[in-house]
Write a protein that binds this ligand. Structure first.
Ligand code: KDP
Length: 215
């Protein structure tokens, strides 16, 4: 159910973004992230073999173990195809009303990309469950905290350039969760087969979010 998935994103506080990973390494990659406490994963639609990867992940892990979604979804067709493959939530880099409506029609929450207050309100008005502030590192934690005044009712997921150095600042600024790609799902570690490093990275992000939330 859509509310359960949103709840899971809120609890986990981190959405791991798998982009460009070799499909043959997808299961080990997701397993390593999950062992480190990051159990919400998005595979971007511009990754080779994305539909098979989403299918594999959703059939390998139970819903309690891993929630899998699709990222970089630009249109309703891609949203539908990824949902049919098993995507339980949809992440976009921009506001496309038809994509949001398609996700809603089939019961998948959407995390919709916005870089201005107007886009954030447009996304939320169109039915987005959360707003992905993108690109987060360019906007900065100050942008996230400025939104809290007028738009504090909109849950935000800053994404793009989030690292161990700034994740705490984004949570402190009021972010509900963060999306993390290259700083967490390290392509070189995956190529080396160093899944221990992925697990350690995931743990470090989980700890950083917990510390910031407890401050
Ligand atoms: O396009 C999407 O749906 C995304 O999640 C964007 C996402 O890939 C983001 O750019 C990741 O950035 P980092 O590698 O974390 O800097």
């Amino acid at each position: 159910m859509s509310a359960d998935i949103v709840q899971r994103v809120v609890e986990t506080g981190i959405v791991a973004i798998v982009r460009g990973t070799n499909p043959e390494r997808a299961i080990e990659t997701v397993d390593a992230l999950q062992r480190g406490g990051v159990s919400v994963v998005e595979v971007t639609a511009n990754t080779n073999g994305v539909l098979d990867m989403i299918r594999d992940i959703s059939s390998t892990f139970t819903a309690d173990e891993v929630v899998v979604g699709a990222g970089t979804v630009l249109d309703a067709e891609t949203a539908r195809a990824t949902m049919l493959a098993g995507a339980e939530f949809i992440v976009t880099p921009s506001v496309d009303t038809e994509t949001i409506q398609t996700a809603n029609r089939y019961g998948a929450p959407s995390v919709v990309g916005a870089a201005t207050p107007t886009e954030a309100v447009d996304a939320y008005t169109a039915g987005a469950d959360m707003v992905k502030l993108f690109p987060a590192a360019s906007l900065g934690p100050g942008f996230v905290s400025s939104l809290q005044g007028p738009l504090g009712h909109i849950p935000t997921v800053p994404t793009g350039g989030v690292s161990l150095d700034n994740v705490g600042a984004f949570i402190d600024a009021g972010a509900t969760a963060v999306g993390v790609g290259s700083s967490l799902v390290d392509g070189e570690a995956i190529e080396r087969g160093d899944y221990e490093e992925l697990t350690a990275n995931a743990r470090a992000f989980v700890d950083a979010v917990a510390t910031a939330r407890n401050d």
